[in-house]
Ligand binder design. Structure first.
Ligand code: HEM
Length: 120
């Protein structure tokens, strides 16, 4: 395997760690019946975003990237980021996170993972 291919796979691995942190942080809140946004979700999103942007360039591969898919994933990621920001701001002001915002974060995270593996 080419060194660049190995590096790309490592970046995919980091991308998946970001996804795991984001979705895991959200799943913990669901399990504990809390409609609550946590800063760990932001950390996971940031890791997934940085690694995802690095993967959006065609290096270490011998096939064409699906740029339509990558564009949609980027838009979805920005919406998730806005939702986390809205939830954290509400909570900081002593209010509750709107349920639509909380559920939206988990559903849109799964949507992006689903797009990643199903839309080839
Ligand atoms: C919450 C946000 C995101 C989630 C949950 C997510 C999830 C995933 C998953 C599960 C994979 C592995 C699928 C596979 O290897 O076939 C993947 C790969 C990938 N993601 Fe994401 N992603 C997110 C955001 C982004 C963003 C913002 C970008 C770029 C702008 C991006 C670009 C990519 C690329 C290019 C790959 C393919 C790697 C390759 O085949 O070399 N992702 N993503």
């Amino acid at each position: 395997m080419e060194p660049l291919e190995v590096l790309r796979h490592i970046v995919v691995f980091i991308h998946l760690i970001g996804f795991a942190i984001l979705f895991g942080a959200w799943a913990v809140e669901v399990y504990n019946k809390r409609v609550h946004v946590t800063p760990l979700m932001n950390i996971g999103l940031l890791i997934a975003a940085v690694a995802g942007l690095a993967l959006a360039a065609p290096w270490g591969i011998s096939y064409d990237l699906n740029y339509a898919k990558i564009g949609v994933k980027l838009v979805v990621l920005l919406i998730i980021g806005a939702f986390i920001g809205i939830g954290l701001a509400r909570q900081r002001k002593g209010g509750a996170c709107p349920p639509a915002i909380f559920w939206g974060i988990g559903i849109l995270t799964l949507l992006n993972a689903g797009l990643a593996v199903i839309w080839r």
